[in-house]
Design a protein. Sequence first.
Length: 260
Amino acid sequence: MYAVIETGGKQYRVEVGTELAVELLDAEPGKTITLERVLLVADGDDASIGRPLVDNAAVSAEVLRQDRGDKVISFKYRPKARRRVKKGHRQELTVLRISDIVLDGKSAAKAAAKAESDAKTERQRLEEAAAAQAAKDAELAAKLAAKTPAKAPAEKGAAAPKKSGATDKDAEGGPKTRSTTSAAKSPTGDAKAAKAAQPKSGAGAKTAASAKTAAPAKTTAPAKTAAPSKKAAAPKATSKPAATTTREPAKKPRTTKKDE
């Protein structure tokens, strides 16, 4: 709910709890005054407009203090007349706090107080529910903490065989892997493999010997053919200097009578 009031020749829109500075009123701080010139009162979708004032409407306000406004400078100037007038003014004000708006017996302050109390009770109810839930959680945690120490030794004892079993498995698997690796690296295994690769019959031995003798014959044949080519290339290198040494004989100078 809000209202529009008139005081000191000015209009103000006010609600419950609004603080405003109005023209100087003859009232001491701490007192409560009633502003009867109410031009409009609105409550939700309903609005009462005065012509010029609203009937059965009043606004109550509490006087907080007497104050003065900001300084206003008034300067008058007339050219070519040597006239200069400068004045300062601070308006006397009264600071009010709106405490209640009443229309046809309905009070805005009471409605606001009821809404605030309902919100407060709802907040308190939620806080109480949260406190009760926290107490239940603490009680449950205490019960669980009391039960866990009795089960702890059993769990530790059950964990020990698992570790020992794991070591036994590792011990059983260790020798197997070592035996396989040692068998793979043992010289007896290599000897057996070599014997299996050797031919059992005499015919196989003869064929192997013939293969070994045939291999060197193939490698020596290209070597004999390569040697003559190098020797044939040598005379070509020596024939070139012989061609360059052939020169024509130098002509002898002729002697003439003049030279004698």
